[in-house]
Write a protein that binds this ligand. Structure first.
Ligand code: NAD
Length: 498
């Protein structure tokens, strides 16, 4: 099978240089190599940042009406090409097609939010703060913004940031995951088709070398990173050390607490959907189910029943769950299953024994369920990022809350209960950034902001919503007085109102 060369998109055109280093892109459902990806050197990053920097000047001066027209056109194109983008995602990531379409749809919401940029950028105005003196505030673009994204949402995560950065008048350099790079290129081509001037959105592919150069380049003004916690911390520390604005979203261990009064059928559906959707490769996946006794036996039984109906296979064949993203990642997750057994957890469903509707060399692992997991086991402590759901049995709401709050991650959590008072207490007491009440994957809509607490986010700004608009702009306050001969004169005191 022939492999496609995948390269950077700089100033609206594919890069024409010769790369010293490349990496392989796989179709996870077949195990075949489908692409050879150019990995940028520091010099190539410099090339792309220069193009972005040059383009940023005119774009920052482009009227809000013109910018909005481009955003509306981009929204239409992404909506029309949803299926094609989804097919690219499935071919490189492995998630099933319907889930890939869902990813693009959630990204579209952010474009729609950014279409309202004239309203979102309105400043304040105070007339007559002092005699004939007015004060107003404006927000201006930063310049060139870097967006570094993970493999698990190759279209949606860049869309959390890029439409807002562009709407605010910035240029962008996207550095996608090297595991599934094609969706970012396809989206960049749609920006061009939508009428965005060349150089405002660029894609540079690469690994640590490219990321390190983006973190130190003087013309990169902000870094929006999403990925695992150790790399998020590294990006935050190095980016801020170099004077950049950084929002670095990291890993997760999301708990779903089920109280004894919950609707157990609803809870079992939610646990299966949120535990195994996208093969557990979601930062908002549920990986720890906390069953508050005495309902654990019944709940585990219901989850097991539902798991028996799931079909794992090639994402293009109408299955429920696809393969894992790469062979090494599948092996790492399988290693956690072995470690779970070794540490004494009860393996209720073993995904290693599954039947898979796909090629023999695909990166397969079926849905896996552990019961009687305890907090010191590695299947509980680590972010596995695979289709492995661990049930922890606890005696009370207080013990469940303690467990969630003691966890170093704080991305998402959910509580299942029919008791409004308990739900309200949980939303108030839990130390997690995104909370679901009878909703297992509480990903906020685009007009709210997405982000976790503790080791799930470094920096103080979450993604999209008004926090996104603030992140991609700098505030300025203007105090103005138009000449009035009656108001002159010397006064060396600190200005006060008169
Ligand atoms: P990753 O950390 O391996 O990679 C993320 C990005 O960092 C990629 O672009 C990659 O090329 C780059 N990178 C990798 N190693 C690097 C290094 N040593 N130095 C500099 N850059 C490096 O993450 P991943 O495996 O692609 O994605 C899965 C992780 O992302 C999970 O931990 C998941 O929880 C997290 N995630 C978090 C959120 C969130 O909103 N908090 C959303 C999606 C994914």
């Amino acid at each position: 099978m022939s492999t496609e060369r995948i390269t950077h998109l700089i100033g609206g055109a594919p890069w024409t240089g010769v790369s010293e280093r490349t990496s392989k892109v796989y179709n996870p459902a077949t195990g075949e190599v489908t692409g050879e990806l150019d990995l940028a050197s520091a010099a190539t990053v410099d090339e792309v940042v220069k193009v972005a920097h040059d383009a940023s000047k005119a774009w920052a001066q482009t009227s809000l009406s013109k910018r909005t027209q481009v955003l509306f056109a981009f929204r239409e194109l992404v909506n029309q090409r949803k299926e094609q983008i989804a097919a690219l995602i499935t071919a490189e990531h492995g998630k099933v097609l319907s889930d890939a379409v869902g990813e693009v749809t959630r990204g579209l919401e952010v474009i729609e939010f950014a279409c309202g940029i004239p309203h979102l950028l309105k400043g304040g105005f105070s007339e007559g703060v002092s005699t004939k003196v007015d004060v107003y505030s404006i927000r201006q673009p930063l310049g060139v913004c870097a967006v570094i994204s993970p493999f698990n949402f190759p279209a949606m995560v860049p869309m959390w940031f890029v439409p807002i950065a562009v709407a605010c008048g910035n240029s962008v350099v996207i550095k996608p995951s090297e595991k599934d790079p094609s969706a970012a290129n396809a989206m960049a081509e749609l920006w061009k088709e939508a009428g965005l001037p060349d150089g405002v959105v660029n894609v540079v592919h690469g690994d640590k070398e490219a990321v390190d150069r983006l973190l130190e380049h003087p013309d990169i003004k902000s870094v929006s990173f999403v990925g695992s916690t150790p790399i998020a911390k590294y990006v935050y520390e190095n980016g801020t050390k170099n004077g950049k604005r950084v929002q670095a979203l990291g890993g997760a261990k999301n708990h779903m607490v089920v109280l004894p009064d919950a609707d157990l059928d609803l809870a079992a559906d939610a646990a299966v959907n949120a535990g195994f959707g996208s093969a557990g490769e979601r930062c908002m996946a549920i990986s720890a189910l906390v069953a508050v006794e005495p309902i654990a036996d019944e709940l585990v039984g219901k989850i097991k029943e539902r798991m028996a109906t799931l079909k794992t296979g090639d994402g293009t064949r109408g299955c429920d769950m696809g393969p894992l993203v790469t062979g090494p990642h599948r092996d790492k997750v399988t290693g956690y299953v072995a470690a779970g057994v070794e540490s004494g957890a009860e393996l209720v469903v073993d995904g290693r024994d599954g039947e898979f509707d796909g090629a023999a060399d695909g990166f397969w692992l079926g849905p896996t369920l552990f019961d009687k997991v305890t907090p010191e086991m590695s299947i509980y402590t680590d972010e596995i990022f695979g289709p492995v759901l661990s049930v922890v049995r606890l005696p009370s709401y207080d013990a469940a809350l303690d467990l969630v709050n003691s966890n170093p991650y704080g991305n998402g959590t959910a509580i299942f209960t029919n008791d409004g008072g308990a739900a309200r207490r949980f939303q108030n007491e839990v130390e997690v950034g995104m909370v679901g009440i009878n909703v297992p994957i509480p990903v906020p809509m685009a007009y709210y902001s997405f982000g976790g607490w503790k080791n799930s986010l470094f920096g103080d700004t979450h993604a999209h919503g008004m926090e996104g608009v603030h992140f991609f702009t700098r505030g300025k306050v203007v105090t103005s007085r138009w000449l009035d001969p009656s108001h002159g004169g010397l006064n060396l005191g600190f200005p006060t109102h008169d």
